[in-house]
Every structure is written in structure tokens, then in C-alpha cells.
Design a protein around this ligand. Structure first.
Ligand SMILES: Nc1ncnc2c1ncn2[C@@H]1O[C@H](COP(=O)(O)OP(=O)(O)OP(=O)(O)O)[C@@H](O)[C@H]1O
Length: 409
């Protein structure tokens, strides 16, 4: 079958001519420029007025409108004036806690409230003074520099060789700057294990006591005085802090000092049995161990349990290098007054390596602020963790003593 068969038509010529004429006319119309399209118009709001049935004329009195404007303006101005302003408050500070109780001292005395007038005597700038910015510690934390080593006082102790004479005209301030520079320029020979230093551990082979956990957490990052009543686990707290420094500083040395040999022995047991510090890395150093042997142990071991007199002697002989010590734990810290061995050790250590961590433990910090302050100064303490029998977090662990007559059976 041929395709021509389908397209063969028999239309009338006249009709075809008419169709052609219509096509031509349509084409010409398409080529002609399009008439401008009117821009789309926004729908106009319907005028309500167009509805003649609604009367939209307002008959509010102009004076009433003016009053309304005044009222709004007045309210606005009051708001602006009451808005919080930057800068020191002119209101007297209220020395109360959030529960609206009066603030007390460490010993439970109420701090006397000063009159607002006397408080305002000191310029706000004095209250807002910032401490000197501290360098970052080995953990990358911005540890506040709370204590500046008193080189003058230390020089009087005779242990530190006097520095070369300073040039004339160098005032006190510049001497202090030099001291700070010297302190900051000390490079730590002991580097932390950065993976281990990312976390700290708290052994759970003993029941977890919140106060012990909180105290340990603070002791890890500040030179802390821990005052806990007898029998509440200071030995355990010391052991946990020691364990963490032992893990963080694989090359660092940890020293525990206690005034008597039984106390030294008690810590060895707790550190080893309870906290898991390996026994092979620890050694008990007392005066009975010959100095040559002690010198060898200082090379080989990492954890040292000693009396303060032995430590003092090993620092003086050079057997113990203060730069190697990362943690010094002082048991029965209330002994640290005057020229006791504890104070000498800390003075010496601070002069040579102010970057070591210090933990001081006692059950009897003293019964007045001055005695606590003496410990704080003598041991370069920057934080105090103090609890007594009335501390709420100790209540579950303190048992009252009751005297009872028991008849013979
Ligand atoms: N978390 C704990 N769970 C159970 N027992 C604990 C815990 N902590 C400490 N103890 C136990 O409490 C007892 C007293 O602890 P520890 O000797 O450490 O107290 P301390 O505060 O050092 O006392 P002291 O002031 O006499 O030196 C020990 O028998 C110890 O094993």
C-alpha cells in the first residue's frame, strides 16, 4: 500500500484558497509587535466607603487623641529609664546567700554586714580589678595565678643563692617582674601523657561518697587544703589524687609526706590496695634508709612515702630533683607552722618548680581564721575544702556517740 493513497485528496480549490488566506492573515498578525501588557496591579483594598450602608467617619475628639499620645510617650520614657544599664550598681550589695541566709565564715561566724555607705567608699574600679592573666597549664586550662612566690621571704631562709646585684634605679616593681619572668620561663621536664590527661578516674571499689568525690575533683586542679574530721577517708582522697597524677605523668614523681612512720605505712596500704597504684613503683623512704640507697631510689621509683625530714634532707643533697615532682601530698598539715620541715620543703620546691601540685590534709586546721591562714600562706594553698561534723554532706557518715549502761549478763 502506497502512502500516497492516504494523502490523495479531492478538496475544492476555492476552499483551499480560502484556508490559505486565513493562514496568511493569522501569520501577519503574529509578526506584528505585541500590544504593551499592562503592569500587574496590586489588588486595591476594597473601599469600605463604597458600601454606602456603613458610616466610616470617626468622630473622636482631637484633644482626647493628644492625651493618648502623651500617655504613650510617658510610658515609653519610664521604661527606657528603668532598663538595665551597664556599669556598677548604685544599690548597696546585700551579703546574703540565695536562700537569704547570712553569709558565714569558715567557722560558722556571721560576717558583719557593712553599711552601704562604707561600701561605696571604695571606687567600683577597685572591686572590679582583675588578677594578672595566668599562663595556661599543661592541660590547656587557664589556671588563675593565685599565689606569687615571695622570693624575698625565701631568700631570708638562706636556701636560695642570692641573685646578682641589680642595676641602680631598678625599683621594687621591676624586681618583681623579673621574678615573675623567671617563674614563667621554667620549662617542665615532666610532660603529661596527653591521652591519659583527658580524664581522671575515681575508684569505685569503695562506696562512692559524694564529699570524697567532690573533694578529689577540686584537689586535682588546685593546691588544696582538705580539712575533714577524723575517720572520714582523707587517706582515700590522697590515694585517688595520687593515682591520677601517677597516670597523667608517666615520668613524674609523687611524694607523700607524713610526720610519723605509721601514717606513712597507712598511706602505702591505701594507695596500693584501695587505689591500685602499683607497689613496684613505690618506696618508703625514712631516715633509716641510707642516703646513697635513697639517691638510687629517687632515680628508679616514682611514688615516695616519706617523713618530711627525710624529704628535706634529700632535697638539700640533690638526690630529689624538685623539677621531677608533680605532686606533693602533706598529711597532718596542721604541723606546717613556723620553720617546720613541711614549710621548708614547700619553700624550696616553690623556688625551684612552682608548677607542682600540692595537697594538704588535716583533721584539725585550727579553730580560728588566723591558724588556717597560716597554713594557707605556709603551704601556698589556693583552695580550701573544709568540712566539720555539721556539714550536710557528712551527716550520713557520722554516727553519734551514745553512752548506755549495759547490765551484766
Ligand atoms: N568511701 C569509703 N567507703 C567505705 N569506707 C571508707 C571509705 N572511705 C574511707 N573508708 C574507711 O574509713 C576508715 C577511715 O578512713 P581513713 O583512715 O582514710 O580516715 P582519715 O580521715 O584518714 O582518718 P585520720 O584522720 O585518722 O587519718 C578506713 O577504714 C577506710 O577504709
Amino acid at each position: 500500500m502506497s502512502s500516497d493513497y492516504f494523502f490523495d485528496d479531492d478538496f475544492d480549490d476555492a476552499a483551499l484558497a480560502e484556508v490559505e488566506a486565513i493562514e496568511t492573515a493569522a501569520l501577519q498578525q503574529a509578526k506584528a509587535p505585541a500590544p504593551p501588557v499592562p503592569a500587574p496591579r496590586r489588588p486595591q483594598p476594597q473601599s469600605l466607603k463604597s458600601d454606602s450602608s456603613i458610616d466610616m467617619t470617626f468622630d473622636i475628639d482631637e484633644s482626647e487623641l493628644a492625651k493618648l499620645d502623651d500617655f504613650v510617650a510617658q510610658q515609653y520614657n519610664e521604661k527606657v529609664l528603668q532598663a538595665p544599664q551597664a556599669g556598677p550598681s548604685s544599690r548597696p550589695m546585700n551579703r546574703t546567700t540565695s536562700s537569704n541566709m547570712l553569709q558565714t565564715t569558715l567557722f560558722g561566724d556571721i560576717i558583719p554586714t557593712q553599711s552601704a555607705a562604707s561600701k561605696l567608699k571604695s571606687p567600683p574600679s577597685a572591686a572590679m580589678q582583675r588578677t594578672k592573666s595566668a599562663t595556661r597549664n599543661i592541660f590547656g586550662q587557664q589556671a588563675p595565678k593565685t599565689k606569687i612566690w615571695d622570693h624575698t621571704a625565701f631568700a631570708q631562709s638562706g636556701n636560695k643563692p642570692k641573685k646578682g646585684a641589680k642595676g641602680k634605679g631598678k625599683g621594687k616593681a621591676s624586681a618583681k617582674d623579673d621574678d615573675d619572668e623567671e617563674e614563667d620561663s621554667i620549662e617542665l621536664p615532666v610532660v603529661p601523657d596527653l591521652l591519659e590527661a583527658k580524664h581522671w578516674i575515681f575508684p569505685t571499689n569503695r562506696a562512692k561518697r559524694d564529699y570524697q568525690y567532690n573533694i578529689v575533683k577540686n584537689c586535682l586542679f588546685d593546691n588544696t587544703l582538705v580539712a575533714l574530721p577524723t575517720g572520714l577517708g582523707k587517706t582515700f582522697v590522697a590515694g585517688v589524687v595520687m593515682l591520677n597524677y601517677y597516670r597523667w605523668f608517666p615520668e613524674g614523681k609523687i611524694v607523700f609526706v607524713a610526720p610519723t612512720k605509721p601514717l606513712v605505712a597507712q598511706q602505702i596500704v591505701a594507695s596500693h590496695d584501695t587505689c591500685g597504684i602499683p607497689g613496684y613503683d613505690g618506696v618508703e623512704l625514712t631516715g633509716q634508709v641510707k642516703s646513697a640507697t635513697r639517691a638510687r631510689f629517687w632515680q628508679e621509683k616514682r611514688v615516695f612515702y616519706m617523713t618530711p625530714q627525710t624529704m628535706e634532707s634529700d632535697l638539700a643533697s640533690g638526690a630529689c630533683d624538685p623539677l621531677d615532682v608533680v605532686l606533693l601530698v602533706i598529711d597532718e598539715a596542721h604541723h606546717a607552722t613556723g620553720d617546720y620541715s613541711y614549710n621548708k620543703i614547700v619553700r624550696f620546691m616553690m623556688a625551684k618548680n612552682p608548677h607542682f601540685r600540692l595537697l594538704a590534709l588535716t583533721a584539725t586546721p585550727g579553730n580560728n581564721p588566723d591558724s588556717v591562714q597560716r597554713l594557707v600562706d605556709g603551704l601556698h594553698i589556693s583552695k580550701i575544702e573544709i568540712r566539720n561534723e555539721n556539714s550536710l554532706d557528712l551527716k550520713p557518715y557520722i554516727f553519734e556517740k551514745v553512752d548506755k549502761f549495759l547490765p551484766d549478763v
